[in-house]
Design a protein around this ligand. Structure first.
Ligand SMILES: [Zn+2]
Length: 177
């Protein structure tokens, strides 16, 4: 299951027809920023569903293999965080429970639960948007990704489209007051 963002598939198909070529060209590599835009779409979908707006995407081999949002209220599952759901989907899509070659792109800094899931899945790289000063476990309160006492460390980049991610959260909580 490979989920390209909307608009990626159609132009390639059109290009193939126009040039009269067989469409076996390599698929476009999805950038971190492209992936974050999709994660932000997921976060917006969460807000629409009455869920705290956090969205997550997993990149593997240049493709988006999973995109999910927080579903705690809908599912009644306290562990249904966007990252956990996306990592489960990604492992199923790839057919491998270890995700060394994958990148998790998430709108908000992972909490201890999700940083634990990243460790359990041995995810190679995480890119997150807004820092979470109240529960962040990749630099704010804890840093599970860099703790040498654990048997796996993860490369982390932060701050990508952080303002957009934070605004979704601020607007969501403001509307509920
Ligand atoms: Zn979490």
């Amino acid at each position: 299951m490979l989920l390209d963002p909307p608009g990626q598939t159609l132009p390639r198909a059109i290009l193939g027809r126009t040039l009269g070529t067989v469409s076996n060209a390599p698929a476009p590599m999805i950038s971190d920023d492209d992936a974050m835009v999709v994660a932000l779409e997921e976060a917006s979908a969460a807000a629409t569903a009455g869920e705290v707006p956090v969205g997550a995407v997993v990149l593997f081999d240049g493709h988006i293999v999973a995109r999910r949002h927080n579903e705690r209220e809908t599912s009644g599952d306290p562990t249904a965080h966007a990252e956990v759901l996306a990592l489960r989907d990604a492992a199923a899509a790839i057919g491998e429970r270890r995700l060394h070659e994958a990148t998790l792109v998430v709108t908000l800094e992972p909490c201890p639960l999700c940083a634990g899931a990243v460790w359990a899945a041995q995810v190679g790289r995480v890119v997150y948007g807004a820092a979470d000063l109240r529960a962040g476990a990749m630099g704010s309160l804890y840093n599970f990704a860099m703790d040498q006492r654990l048997n796996h460390t993860t490369q982390v980049e932060s701050g990508l489209r952080a303002t957009e991610a934070a605004e979704l959260l601020t607007d969501f909580f403001a509307a509920r007051r």
